[in-house]
Design a protein around this ligand. Structure first.
Ligand code: NAP
Length: 284
């Protein structure tokens, strides 16, 4: 068997074009405020990519670049001013923050209506309650959207997630339950990971470790989503899975790069539009 490739790059481009087409109907632009503290090179690249994606989707982006030694009080003041600014529709604080800044407390300052990363406990709670209007975390929302755009239904399917982080595994479990899948969530204390993986009709791996799932564990024909991102010694990117042998068993698989990464940014844009339209009372 050779798997169909679930092309996140193409799906993300389509989403950006759809958003840009809708933007013509709005009385003005929607704005995403991006806060970058410090000079972490990977974060700088992520922020630039998000700014480029905004432009293509017809969304205005305003970056606030702060020095690495920014006092906590200054960052709190900036977030408060963005919360209060009627022109700002979405607020994103790029992670990781420098060590002296309390990440969770800063994220919790963002008002839920502008929390386009979907990390605020109110949004996470709404997602857990099955509220489809909630701003869901972008990576798990991207997984569901990529499956949907490839006509892969999850209703009634056995879905197995490897990873239970608050930004991927847990909210993904909630979204899959809301989409009527039967969900198992695995982690480092899971007794027999191979047996759990073998039950999967839809397998999502978000362990952040390479090759924790062996291709031979996967039941032939499963749909496989690889959320992991790793920069290898040769500078290339790879996922958690060993792509070629996994693709031999799967019926469909996401590549890395070009799978869930671009979908994550596309869902950030989608959340910004949803947040902006809801707050401003615009339609279209
Ligand atoms: P994380 O916070 O480190 O969580 C990893 C999860 O995997 C934990 O729940 C951990 O279990 C579980 N795990 C680790 N090793 C395992 C093993 N051997 N067997 C079973 N479970 C295991 O990571 P994350 O933030 O969710 O990110 C996961 C990966 O996705 C990373 O590679 C990250 O770079 C990538 N990512 C990609 C995107 C994107 O845009 N594509 C976005 C976010 C993250 P415990 O809870 O027991 O420790």
């Amino acid at each position: 068997m050779s798997a169909a490739i679930l092309d996140g790059t193409a799906a993300a481009a389509a989403i950006r074009e759809e958003l840009a087409a809708r933007a013509a109907a709005w009385p003005g632009p929607l704005t995403l405020a991006v806060v970058l503290v410090g000079d972490d090179p990977a974060s700088a690249v992520y922020v630039r990519n998000k700014e480029k994606a905004c432009k293509k989707a017809g969304i205005r982006s305003v970056a606030h670049r702060l020095p690495a030694d920014t006092p906590e009080a200054d960052l709190r003041t900036l977030v408060a001013s963005l919360n209060a600014d009627p022109e700002v529709d979405g607020i994103l604080v790029q992670l990781p923050l420098p060590r002296h800044l309390p990440e969770r407390e800063i994220l919790d300052l963002i008002v839920p209506e502008k929390d386009v990363d979907g990390f605020h406990p109110v949004n996470q709670g709404r997602v857990l309650l099955g509220d489809r209007a909630a701003l869901a975390p972008c990576t798990p929302a991207g997984v569901l959207e990529l499956l949907r755009r490839n006509d892969i239904p999850v209703t009634g399917k056995r879905a197995v997630i490897v990873g239970r982080s608050s930004i991927v595994g847990r909210p993904l479990a909630a979204l899959l339950i809301a989409a009527d899948a039967t969900v198992t969530v695995c982690h480092t204390k899971t007794r027999d990971l191979a047996a759990e993986v073998a039950r999967a009709e839809v397998l999502v791996v978000a362990a952040g470790r390479r090759h924790v799932v062996k291709p031979e564990w996967i039941t032939p024909g499963a749909v496989v989503v690889d959320v992991g991102i790793h920069r290898l010694d040769d500078g290339t990117l790879a996922g958690d899975l060993d792509f070629a042998p996994t693709a031999e068993r799967a019926s469909a698989i996401t590549p890395v790069p070009g799978g869930i990464g671009p979908m994550t940014i596309a869902m950030l844009l989608t959340n910004t539009v949803r947040a902006g339209l809801a707050r401003r009372g615009w339609t279209g």
